[in-house]
Design a protein around this ligand. Sequence first.
Ligand code: NAP
Length: 528
Amino acid sequence: METLRSYVCGRWHEADRGFSALVNPSTEEEIARAGSDGVDFGAVLEHARGRGGPALRALTFAQRGELLKGMAKALRAQRDELLALSRSNNGATTPDGSFDVDGGGGTLAYYAALCRGLGERTVLAEGEGAQLARTEGFWAQHVLVPRRGVAVCINAFNFPVWGFAEKAACALAAGVPVVVKPATATALVAARAVEAVIAAGVLPEGALQMIAGGTGDLLDRLGPQDVLAFTGSASTALTLRRRTQLGAAATRFNVEADSLNAAVLGPDVAAAAGDPTFDLFLRDVVREMTQKTGQKCTAVRRVLVPAERLGAVRDALAERLGAVVTGNPEDPEVTMGPLASAAQLADAEAGVAALAASARIVLGGACCDGRGGEPGRGYFFSPTLLEAADGGAGGAVHEREVFGPVATLLPYDGSAEGAAAVVALGGGTLVTSAYGDDPRWLGAFLAAAGPTTGRLYVGSRAAAGEAPGSGVALPQALHGGPGRAGGGEELGGLRGVTLYMQRLALQGSRPLVEELAGAGREEPPPAS
Ligand code: NAP
């Protein structure tokens, strides 16, 4: 059985005690173990601050882009092994594994190109400058410079590669070294991805370190120039927010937490097969419930339908969900794998029981045997659809994130304000999707529901052939949402990079300010 090692201070460290087991969720077989006992977390931070940070800050954006390109290439070269490990450690089917692995590589490649576009500069100017006095003798320009600390990136179990890549891409682009801590349950995949990057030798020493296992006293050592980027459950986020040292040092803290995302069917959409907007709605909802076995922070948990269409939508969804083949992803016929761990299975069972207190189960609702698995073994869970009689009545459906292939149908009155009021009961979402072709209704929904979400995905007739589904967090668009979703902001092009930079107002005479703000700016090519 493999023992996962941490990569710290320029070498691989193997603990000799204090391990947690990593399990194949289809077979319940133990496949690896991880622990960070013996890691000197003070030395880890010193190594990043003393070696990685200076090396990265000495590079221009274009040069950092080359590093990211090298990382994307290293992941691509390891793709087959990462997909195989995703099947055995995450229970992910090959398409689900690809969503994580290729999504991670694609995000790195996107930021490599973005850095290339920023050119040979080390300071970023933001927005227009402003004259502050009678003449240009006193001028201001906002600029961004790399913070002098470390990016500690804590990731959730469901995206071991993408989670690592999307945070590391932004921090390294900014010129800030990374200490990544993957979730232990699926750390085999994350560790292999980091190993591939280290082995490729594309990063300066100290730019990337990895902790396999717990974080020890790492978080108590963070200071005002460091960034803690956390992805995980709202309850862990709350525990971390309460840590005294993080508050005392005013460490920048970004939280990507859980979310009761909603899909809303607009009143103008005929609930009839063949209507492109309705077909897109059905396709998206089923995909967002079952992709990665519903273990996505962006998965659809609540499905809002005008009351008079509820029956038609229920039947159509139940039919499609009934065709899902649950089982061991090593079996090519399987379209949905198991949940990632025994703890996730227990949580899904308890969650459905909580939802069932105020909603009836239409389909599924329990663990099941998986195709290609031994009866009674594996953490398989049936696609589960529930239905509440009153969408606006509150209760567990708006409070409890069941991290599995589970969603609840909620009737609403057909008005944009009515739908937005039900969505708002979830306390803030990463993504809300609205399906319809009436700009007036959609405009009213944007005004009413916009403040409660980080992303509004509009599924319409015109988008039906192109839209990838509401669950895809593309690097060009903001990822993060208000309230319960954590209040964080990641990705969104340069926005995600600025998390790791310090914004300051640079003041002085206009020529000097502009020269400093454009420090190291690439010379424009000579006119031909
Ligand atoms: P979790 O239990 O909250 O764990 C998340 C991460 O925090 C793991 O790496 C975990 O390490 C670590 N952790 C837990 N307690 C810690 C502590 N006291 N100090 C330092 N680190 C600590 O979440 P999960 O079960 O892995 O992931 C599922 C949750 O993540 C869901 O709620 C989902 O919605 C959310 N999620 C959100 C996003 C987003 O972008 N908003 C993306 C993906 C997932 P160990 O594994 O070693 O305990």
